[in-house]
Design a binder for this molecule. Sequence first.
Ligand code: WTA
Length: 656
Amino acid sequence: MPQIDTEVLSSYPPPAAFADAANATSDLYDEAEKDRLAFWGAQAERLSWETPFTDVLDWSDAPFAKWFVGGRLNVAYNCVDRHVEAGHGDRVAIHWVGEPVDDERTITYAQLKDEVCKAANALTELGLVAGDRVAIYMPMVPEAIVAMLACARLGAMHSVVFAGYSASALRARIEDAEAKLVITTDGQFRRGKAVSLKEAVDDAVRESGSERESTVEHVLVVRRTGIDVEWTEGRDLWWHDIVDPASTDHTPEAFDAEHPLFLLYTSGTTGKPKGILHTSGGYLTQSSYTHFNVFDVKPESDVYWCTADIGWITGHTYIVYGPLSNGVTQVVYEGTPASPDEHRHFQVIEKYGVTIYYTAPTLVRTFMKWGRQLPAEHDLSSLRLLGSVGEPINPEAWRWYRMAFGSDETPIVDTWWQTETGSAMISPLPGVTTCKPGSAMRPLPGISAKIVDDDGNQLEPGTDHGEQANGYLVLDKPWPSMLRGIWGDPDRFKETYWSRFAEQGWYFAGDGARYGKDGEIWVLGRIDDVMNISGHRISTAEVESALVGHSGVAEAAVVGATDDQTGQAICAFVILKAHHADTPQEQMVDELRKQVATEISPIARPREIHVVPELPKTRSGKIMRRLLRDVAEGRELGDTSTLVDPSVFEAIRASK
Ligand code: WTA
């Protein structure tokens, strides 16, 4: 965990002109403070409800919350139709930028509405009804957003699976959700090359590993690259054959505020990913409210760009539901930042006059590595607000970001939140908050968070800055976009999030944090067995289970070690089975790295794999990950007294 001396850091007040025109003023804190539930009720009124809600919150069945009780709405209607009805049909919703240069599309709100209606009609034709699950496994093409909104419109749940995940990761998610339909593309462009995507779907659906027959009835395929694909007659359908000719007339049905909206799988501390469940009214209320206030969006003039992928929660909330519910114009980019070269993001900002740019610290650090010259060659003067998400942003990266992207003037919103929280929770308000680089500052108006010790006592702001001031970050009051459960596993939901401080009834986020001297929050990172690699959550157990899936591996232990570029990097320690003693180590390590990429995703490929003769274990047989982290980070070993055999380290060190 980074040790940051908060005292010596300067602070950054909002520029006066920004503050004068800001959507959010400090009144928001006062209003929320006065009557929290009334405040949320007022935020919900920013949406269009077919039937008004009668109560803001029913927490009687905690931790299963019901927000906006009795209210009925259609999420897609709120994101699309109502802007058209309000006369903004000609406003651009999406400036889509494909990975190949000059492959671009502009989609207005009126056009988006037509596309969503056509897709909704086509999905209905395929037999999809409210409550069904649809897996979406697609690159960042407009149809992916259309598909999500079409599901929302029908009350079907989407489960978007990041297109960088492997066939087996996709299969696990399809099976857990019992998805009826998979929407995908023939292939995707990666660094100028068309690579297959549908093949992984074929594998995931065909080799369904289990006894059961696949629940998937159809695979709907968008033609993106034109590469050859295998075709299963009857099951596979082209998007252009069934969506394009469908009618643009579709009447949206209103659903209960608590009707499920989507599942999104995220890593937990075990090997099995959790299907995080979000519902309609509360999720949309907080997504829309935070997007409006934290990003200060002016729908008439801003061009907003969030660089996340729709495969993650950031893409759900701050590409799809937040921006579209606010009727904003945004850029959606399909490719990577270095495609065809490192100028790409700056060219896009320049070309579209991007005003708000939201990205991850790992990318900021990548830009830093590429150098100051790159942004200096472009006119970035349109930018007026910058955002950061996914991991703590180190103060140096924060300052560089503001300097290189924001002429050392623009506010930066460092937004702390999680897949589970649904939308931003701790963040500056850009026209209000005086920021300290590296701190996400304070809970947003309406949100309550605390840093507490083992017993749940709140830590004192501004105590000293040593380890002892670190505590657990908890959310001590329910919030509208909170997860409503883990798909099919209510016990795991309670156990994972609500058992650490069960007595107090608080949600424990899994992050460590501490207060700075002005009471601001410094999030330090995960304190469970979840790693954060370039902002992606990957559990140690998942990688371990992929490694032991290889016939040559007897045992594996995985830790996240600090990495300048990616925040953390995956370091694995493996013991080989005797019959592999003769396989050259390099070959083995190569095979194992490939194995993890195939089992999970290339993003989970370990940076280092060390073949070791033994793993450090306690007398009760538990692997001492803390010690392995010391080894991986080249530190002196911590306390080894509980180990069975402290000398294993000499052997481990020797093998590094
Ligand atoms: C980390 C991403 C510090 C944190 C939206 C959290 C952050 C996990 C920040 C959730 C931030 C996210 N400062 N840490 N601004 N934002 N995190 O579910 O450890 O992919 O628990 O959601 O990312 O990751 P997830």
